[in-house]
Design a protein around this ligand. Sequence first.
Ligand code: PEP
Ligand code: MG
Length: 596
Amino acid sequence: MSEIRIPGIGVSEGIRFGSVFVYAKPPAEAAFPERIEEGEVEGELARLEKAKHESLAELDAIISQSEKKLGKEKTAIIQGQRSFLNDPAFYGEIVRQVKRKQSSPEHGVLTVLAQLTALFEKMENAYVKERIHDVRDVAERLMSHLQHVSYPDLKQITEPVILAADDLTPSVTVQLDRNIIMGFVTRAGGETTHTAILSRSLGIPAVVGTGDDFVRLQHGDRIILDGTEGICILHPEPATEAAYRHKQEREQEAARKLSAYRELPAVTADGAEIGLAVNVGMPEEMREGIVQEVHGVGLFRTEFLFMNAASFPTEDEQFQVYRSMLEAWQGKPIVIRTLDIGGDKKLSYWDLPHEDNPFLGMRAIRLCLHEPELFRTQLRAIVRASAYGCVKIMFPMVSSVQEFRTAKSLTQDIMRELKADGVPFDEKLEIGIMAEIPSVIQLADRFAKEVDFFSIGTNDLVQYTLAVDRMNEKVAHLYDYFHPAVLRSIHRLIEAAHAEGKWVGMCGKMAGDPLAAPLLLAMELDEWSMDAASVPKQKYTLSRLTAAASEELLQRVLDMDTTQEVRQAVQAFRASGPAEPAEKVRPTRADASARP
Ligand code: PEP
Ligand code: MG
């Protein structure tokens, strides 16, 4: 087979060699007929019965594997799923649909699933209500056998592979085990989808947005995945394989050199100390030593705590997580962002109504204000945890001053309640917002009077400013934070905040990009929060920069018309820098007090 190059978008760095595991979803409803002819009923029932037996055999294999690995108790869920296949209300009803209504078995499965979903939704008991996810899982397994596609069960993969998926939801990505999933490639997706963000924090190299070429990937194919360059090489020739092995060694060598910067403070060539912080999704993902490397957490994405759970975490469960994070960070500040669900982030146990434009819909603070009990539970947990360290609360996706006031006053109500009950908390904790919607930029001077701080979310600010969907690979070439409109927005926000004495962080991907560093330095960004992998690289970059040269570049760039001109200018600036000024960095430890 000849070598095929499949370009995409590299979202998580690293080169991996392996074989493809195609992670397929059961096909959509449109792929089979709704009704069958009378004469077909018997044959279709036999097909359904065969799919049922295959599903049962598959579940039995999973049960015996899982009992060995996880024990009987954790396997009970799968036992429960198995029983649905013999349940008259599930399997029996599908058979009835085929016999009486002449539904195709696939249509029968979907009809029964829809009926049961409606029924479970009305249940009072939360535990029973959640069982619908098991029903759905079984329904999808049955569908996959009817349609002869492999069922997407990651637990079945036991040998290291490179996963190929049409798309991966953040909730599936969250479960990936990097010892088994060496890397992944998807057809869909862009640079700042939450799946991409997770792949970086899990340290799994990834290429997304491969588009039409994706269909060339077949189960078992030999592949090289290059998450740095954003390309996959299918059936590589020996010479290509050797070249990539060499490239992998060079990358690993560069990473080893850069790692010398991990423990050094973030200091520019002219001696200015910069507040570097880290973004955290799941607390357990934090690599060892990171607490010493930065001055705090600039973004704790609490939604992953919710996505990793089987049901809504209670106030106490959340409190324990926040508290242990704060204790682990030994008094260094942690910006805890309240739940940012919606858009591409879903909860398996919360069926939110379909929206045509979910990124413009019920997301983040909008959802929290709409579900005040959910919001209150989280706020109480955060405020209580503030007694154990330095917490700053941040609301995501705020679009109006009123929204901020409402969220802040809810937080203050909770503080009053806790105080009345004698529960300790930090009465001076700061409350700020994400700056990620253009209306916040327009009203920056007004917001600056009310918030304690801003954190710029370039991942969303770019999509909302440029009307470019961050998830859509077809417009990925238009998605760029070096667009002059985005740069002016950032500049304007920082100026407005500083005029009111408020500090500004950035927790979008731009903060960790070495090309953007001189611009952010010249704009006097106060806190740079990035994924842990970017920390040494950005410290190295900062060690090469001076205020004067960066300021000169910023002034030129702010006067440019196009993204292309800006990119050229920042690239030329980087290339013209001194080669190895690493010695200039003072070897002292990062200091929490450097924080604005
Ligand atoms: C952002 O929008 O830049 C951001 C940091 O938040 P998220 O990527 O979680 O939307
Ligand atoms: Mg965002």
